[in-house]
Design a protein around this ligand. Structure first.
Ligand code: MN
Length: 291
């Protein structure tokens, strides 16, 4: 874990990813002490690649990219036109990720991120597998690896547990990894320890989020188990802080995630606290893994 890059989701800073928003979020992520910034690519076609590259080069920050597919670009749809639109969206997101120097694209990239009113169909699962294989091949050629994020039942009808994600990537038969998020695990998993062990070899990305998505340590997520498990499996991938408040609004993302409450409004204070919280937990757990 000591080799893990510690990251911050860019929506801690702004919901507006124009040139100024990109530069501001990179500079403040760096100032808060993080190693990496994760950009949500909700609109990859308008993302200012040169501005991001310059800001990242100026600060030395590493970068990753994420997204949740919208309903009309859902590759787990039964409708071939919707699947094709999603496939195109993902290919374009891979190109933006590669363009800014990200080596990972994660998130809800296997279906649409929203409350579904019906269970996933068999055809939908097969459509997602077929589309994501093509995206994974394109990503591999571009030097980007994909990680599928396990999220709660209100945000997908497809991958709610680590074990479901393992079954999905097995059917993909591509080097795609599992992305676990403590906020979602706290809703769906039996505990915050065993799923990390179950996914161990396939775990490629981790989100650290509190149960109400606010300050770490002020909700019900069992972070002691989380970090002990990450230490136990010798995890070395990125560990990224994710937090949302109605104080920072992305029209496309905040509403979908149900960000209605103002849990904080000082982004700099929140982020510096999260950076210390994560690094302190890692340092403590390293002492027990030595023996
Ligand atoms: Mn997440």
């Amino acid at each position: 874990m000591s080799q893990s890059l510690i990251g911050c989701h860019a929506l801690v800073w702004t919901g507006n990813f124009d040139k100024a928003g990109i530069i501001d979020s990179v500079v403040r992520t760096h100032k808060a002490g993080f190693d990496l910034i994760e950009f949500p690519l909700m609109d990859p076609d308008t993302f200012d690649i040169p501005a991001a590259r310059q800001a990242l080069a100026d600060t030395g920050l590493a970068v990753s990219a994420s997204l949740g597919l919208p309903e009309d670009e859902d590759i787990s749809s039964d409708d071939p036109a919707v699947v094709e639109a999603g496939r195109r969206r993902l290919l374009s997101a891979v190109d933006v990720a590669a363009g800014i120097g990200a080596t990972q694209l994660c998130g809800v990239i296997y279906g649409s991120m929203r409350k579904h009113m019906d269970p996933l169909s068999e055809k939908g699962w097969a459509n997602s597998v077929e589309a994501l294989r093509a995206v994974a091949d394109h990503a591999a050629a571009a030097g980007v690896s994909l990680a599928v994020e396990v999220v709660n039942r209100y945000e997908t009808n497809m991958l709610n547990t680590g074990k479901q994600a393992l079954r999905f990537i097995e059917s993909l038969d591509r080097p795609v990894t599992v992305h676990l998020d403590t906020y979602h695990m706290n809703i769906e998993e039996s505990d915050l320890f065993q799923p990390f062990l179950d996914c161990s070899a396939q775990l490629g990305y981790v989100h650290i989020g509190e149960s109400h998505r606010g300050y770490l340590g002020t909700g019900s997520v069992d972070f002691e188990s989380t970090f002990k498990a990450l230490g136990r499996i010798g995890y070395t991938g990125p560990i990224t802080f994710e937090s949302f408040s109605s104080a920072v609004v992305s029209p496309s993302l905040s509403r979908m995630l149900g960000i209605w409450r103002n849990l904080w409004d000082d982004s700099d204070h929140l982020a510096a606290h999260a950076n210390r919280f994560i690094r302190d937990h890692i340092a403590a757990v390293e002492t027990i893994s030595l023996h």
